[in-house]
Ligand binder design. Structure first.
Ligand code: FPP
Length: 246
């Protein structure tokens, strides 16, 4: 069934070069099964695997996943600890497979706030997969889009103050080059699971022209099949970028 969908994706037209996902609903998935919330996050890890595999098969070039926001630091300490251990577990289990499949992992966010072991793990996976050319996998951890934009503004101000940049040269390109996503094109498709209609401080600048796809499916239930359905829906959309259809 999902292989039929993959065939349709391949035949249908342009595949989004960059997909961004707000992985939501782990807590509700656990609650529905009377399980503690961390088990929902654990189940969410399998969905990450499926989506990475699906992107490789569909030849998506960049996948950006919102794994932990700066606002998430306000969650109960036990849940934060569980999420950090999960990140370490994911890296320990998957790093070699990701390397073999040609996936290049980058972590976007304020890594200074991570515990030493989690930080070591993310640095190792970035190093180990640095040669990957099939799929760029960006994990947003301790990420806030407003903080990212403020950081870009601070950099521009510093360069102007140091005399290296003329304020007249500050255009959209100049801002984009100082964001954490600088090497990649903007997302073409944003997927949010669990039915919430929010952007939640995720890639506010970069999502300017992304197609939005919200599904009621809770993240731990999201599979390759759901990914291909989202891509097929994207392929049916008429993207005009503010212009009229030719
Ligand atoms: C939102 O669900 C999800 C998160 C805050 C964490 C996302 C993390 C994973 C999918 C774990 C694995 C990821 C990696 C990359 C190792 P929620 O807890 O806000 O759900 P709720 O809205 O139903 O409470």
């Amino acid at each position: 069934m999902s292989d039929d969908l993959l065939q349709r994706v391949r035949m249908h037209g342009a595949v989004p070069a960059h997909i961004a996902i707000i992985m939501d609903g782990n807590g509700r998935w656990a609650k529905g099964r009377s399980l503690p919330r961390p088990l929902g996050h654990h189940a969410g890890m399998s969905a990450v695997r499926q989506v990475v595999e699906g992107c490789l098969e569909a030849k998506v070039e960049v996948l950006t996943l919102f794994a932990f926001s700066q606002e998430n630091w306000q969650r109960p300490a036990l849940e934060i600890q569980a999420l950090m251990s999960l990140l370490e577990e994911y890296i320990a289990r998957e790093a070699e497979h990701l390397r073999e499949r040609g996936v290049r992992v980058r972590i976007l966010g304020e890594l200074d706030r991570l515990a030493k072991t989690a930080r070591g793990a993310v640095e190792r996976v970035m190093e180990r997969t640095a040669g990957g050319t099939e799929l760029a996998l960006n994990l947003c951890i301790s990420y806030s889009s407003r903080a990212e934009i403020a950081r870009a503004a601070r950099r521009l101000a510093e360069e102007v103050a140091a005399g290296r940049l003329d304020p007249a040269e500050i255009d959209e390109e100049a801002v984009a080059r100082r964001l954490l996503t600088a090497p990649w094109p903007d997302p073409d498709l944003l997927i949010r699971t669990s039915g919430e209609m929010r952007i939640s401080n995720f890639l506010l600048w970069q999502l300017a022209y992304a197609e939005l796809y919200v599904t009621p499916v809770l993240w731990p239930d999201f599979s390759r099949r759901h990914l291909f359905e989202a891509i097929l829906e994207f392929q049916r959309r008429d993207r005009r970028f503010g212009r009229v259809t030719a």
